[in-house]
Design a protein around this ligand. Structure first.
Ligand code: XIL
Length: 311
């Protein structure tokens, strides 16, 4: 195919991107988003700090705008996310622990009901693990222990039984202490009948550091009966990016796309953002950037060609 989405669809997969509300006003970027990609993840607008900034008062306007953009461009939506320690308003962090469960369940029920039928998948729990495989000691863990994950998944399933329910994390792309812990958790959840449907591998990579065992690692989760997806792909480069760095980046993108295609239950790949000008990387990792397939003028980089020809 001549676009990422057409090529992915010919393999029975999708190719997604992330957009924020602010991006919707940027012409070149939205043109690429709407023509090249068939899955949309709201970059921030479905997170708790936007959707329930104070207890019981909800704000779905920004997320709704992105859903409308997706629908107008034939894109499905990955809902991101329902429960996360980050971008979590202070009112939740400061709740008495005996009120956290009901706040979490209300939040999940209200948001997943609002978007029922409009999201293909939900990242129900985002980034629950530390690098050593222990669970992050956030307010949800403090209140409920590890049982909060099962509770969150069950609550989301009750609100929108049609959405695929994911746990999404970074640093789990290869086999390591963190992905091993997630694997054991997934086994345990499935054995209890918890409606876990997929694992999201964020895939925020550093140039040249795609784990050689990414394919095998995704395969072991797929073999549990789960979907797997590359949910937030980018590949950051030390700035200024040299020509050889951009060549290595094309090798990296090709490898990730081929790893997904090699796993039957890898449903698709999403890049985190459209272009280098609007990527989160320079803000989050000073000195790094050039992390996407499109340059700052929305021209395709070598990584675009590599991704397309891998599909
Ligand atoms: C990032 C957004 O892109 C930024 O705009 C925001 O300031 C911080 O969050 N893992 C995730 C995403 O799951 O939600 C994060 O998005 C990037 C890392």
């Amino acid at each position: 195919g001549s676009t990422l989405k057409a090529a992915a669809e010919s393999d029975g997969r999708y190719f997604g991107t992330a957009l924020t509300d602010a991006d919707l006003g940027v012409t070149g970027e939205t043109t690429v988003a709407g023509t090249q990609f068939d899955m949309l993840t709201p970059g921030n607008e479905m997170k708790w700090d936007t959707t329930e900034p104070s207890n019981g008062s909800y704000n779905f306007g920004p997320g709704d705008q992105l859903v409308r953009f997706a629908q107008a461009h034939g894109m499905r939506v990955r809902g991101h996310n329902l429960v996360w320690q980050s971008q979590l308003p202070a009112w939740v962090r400061n709740l008495p622990l005996n009120q956290v469960r009901s706040a979490m369940e209300s939040h999940i029920t209200t948001e997943a009901t609002h978007y029922k039928g409009q999201v293909y998948a939900w990242d129900v729990v985002n980034e629950p693990f530390n690098a050593d495989g222990s669970l992050v000691g956030d307010v949800f863990y403090q209140a409920m222990g590890s049982g909060y994950l099962a509770d969150a998944l069950r609550t989301a399933h009750a609100a929108d039984p049609g959405a695929k329910l994911y746990i999404n994390d970074y640093g789990i792309e290869g086999e390591n202490a963190k992905s091993d812990a997630l694997y054991r958790l997934a086994q345990s959840l499935l054995s209890q009948g918890v409606p876990l449907g997929g694992i999201g591998f964020e895939s925020h990579f550093v140039l040249g550091q795609i784990p050689a065992d990414m394919r095998a690692n995704m395969e072991r989760f797929a073999n549990l009966g789960l979907d797997v997806a590359v949910t937030e792909l980018d590949d950051r480069v030390q700035l200024p990016a040299s020509g050889s760095a951009l060549q290595q980046q094309s090798t990296d993108f090709g490898a990730v796309v081929r790893d997904c295609l090699a796993v039957t239950r890898c449903v698709g790949v999403s890049q985190w953002g459209v272009d280098d000008a609007h990527s989160w990387i320079p803000g989050a990792f000073p000195g790094y950037g050039a992390a996407t397939m499109y340059d700052g003028n929305d021209q395709p980089k070598p990584a675009y060609g590599a991704a397309l020809s891998a599909l």
